[in-house]
Design a protein around this ligand. Structure first.
Ligand SMILES: [Zn+2]
Length: 80
């Protein structure tokens, strides 16, 4: 049986889905019984969701290609 300390130290593992089914079951069993850990888990998960939603999208490929072309020109002209 997991205790609160173990649950909190495994929290990121749980959220990242890096657990075996067995570990996950034990984890969720604890959350079902322990309000404090449940709140911590829920808050952490929501925070991560908000952060990842607000992350800027990766630079589109076309833009980065143009950027690289620009940089190559810049370096080429500097050399002459
Ligand atoms: Zn607990």
């Amino acid at each position: 049986m997991l205790d609160c300390r173990q649950v909190l130290s495994e929290l990121s593992n749980y959220i990242d889905d890096g657990m075996t089914l067995e570990e996950k079951c034990a984890f969720e069993e604890h959350l079902a019984r322990c309000r404090r850990c449940w709140v911590v888990c829920d808050t952490t998960r929501k925070t991560i969701e908000i952060v990842s939603e607000n992350m800027p999208p990766a630079m589109p490929l076309a833009v980065s290609e143009r950027l690289h072309a620009r940089l190559r020109l810049l370096y080429a002209s500097r050399g002459s």
